[in-house]
Design a protein around this ligand. Structure first.
Ligand code: DGL
Length: 255
């Protein structure tokens, strides 16, 4: 495998750009292909079989572009189907995001952690395993946030309706004593401003995106697949409406 082959990154939509920007910063020499599956978003309320089939199709498409590694920038895919995905592509290094339950459990002082995520992630075996393995003695409150993904897909991060939707799902966690909130969906970092306004300065908001970029760098180094170039291109793909994709991805990416 060519060390300067591209890296593929995918999500159900534009949310994975919150992971892509950390990868871009940490690995400036790599060529990156980002796929937003916005034509099939949200994944959060689809069946596990549907999500798994989409994930397999996207990995296949990225491998057809010659990718040397794939990053799953979607907690819902990780929670529902990371094991079958790795079994299906045993020769591909696959790095996957998952909710930052472990750091949250280590950090909380109140002993209460809120996990903001999609309906599917809240119900997933992956989240149940994370909680039982890493959050013993901590009260973890998984909170589904229906509608948040669609808001970010529309580029609506700051309307009064979005602020109200954030308030509706964050306030109950604070009332139950949460002092640490986990962003368990890659769309949610784009709502961070609204989340922090509701949560206030005493509550930590954790996003594992930078840790995913570090894990990717570690895997590439271990495999001798780090590209020595100084500047890599970034390519954007979408299965959704392309005018909308250009507008919203441009807004979130900053160019
Ligand atoms: N960004 C995806 C995640 O991290 C959102 C899934 C969805 O489309 O509902 O879970």
């Amino acid at each position: 495998m060519d060390a300067c082959a591209p890296i593929g990154v995918f999500d159900s939509g534009v949310g994975g750009l919150s992971v892509l920007r950390e990868i871009r910063t940490l690995l400036p020499g790599e060529t990156l292909h980002y796929v937003a599956d916005s034509g099939h978003a949200p994944y959060g309320d689809k069946t596990p079989a549907y999500v798994q089939a989409r994930a397999e199709a996207l990995v296949q498409a990225l491998l057809a572009q010659g990718c040397k590694a794939v990053v799953v920038a979607c907690n819902t895919v990780t929670g529902l189907s990371i094991r079958p995905l790795r079994e299906r592509f045993p020769d591909t290094p696959i790095v996957a995001i998952e909710p930052a339950v472990k750091p949250a459990a280590a950090r909380t002082r109140s002993g209460v952690v809120g996990v903001l995520a999609t309906q599917n992630t809240v119900r997933s075996p992956g989240l149940a395993r994370l909680i039982s393995e890493h959050a013993q003695g901590v009260r973890v409150l998984p909170q589904a946030c229906p509608g948040w993904v669609e808001r970010v897909e529309r580029g609506d991060m700051g309307s009064p309706e979005t602020e109200a939707a954030v308030q509706a799902h964050v306030a109950p966690l604070l009332q139950q004593g949460a002092d640490t909130l986990v962003l368990g969906c890659t769309h949610y970092p784009f709502l961070r401003g609204a989340i922090e306004r509701v949560a206030g300065p005493g509550v930590a908001v954790l996003d594992p995106a930078a840790a995913v970029a570090r894990e990717l760098a570690r895997r590439l180094d271990a495999l001798g697949l780090r590209c020595p170039a100084t500047h890599g291109e970034t390519h954007f793909w979408s299965s959704g409406d392309l005018d909308r994709a250009r507008q919203v991805m441009g807004l979130l990416w900053g160019q």
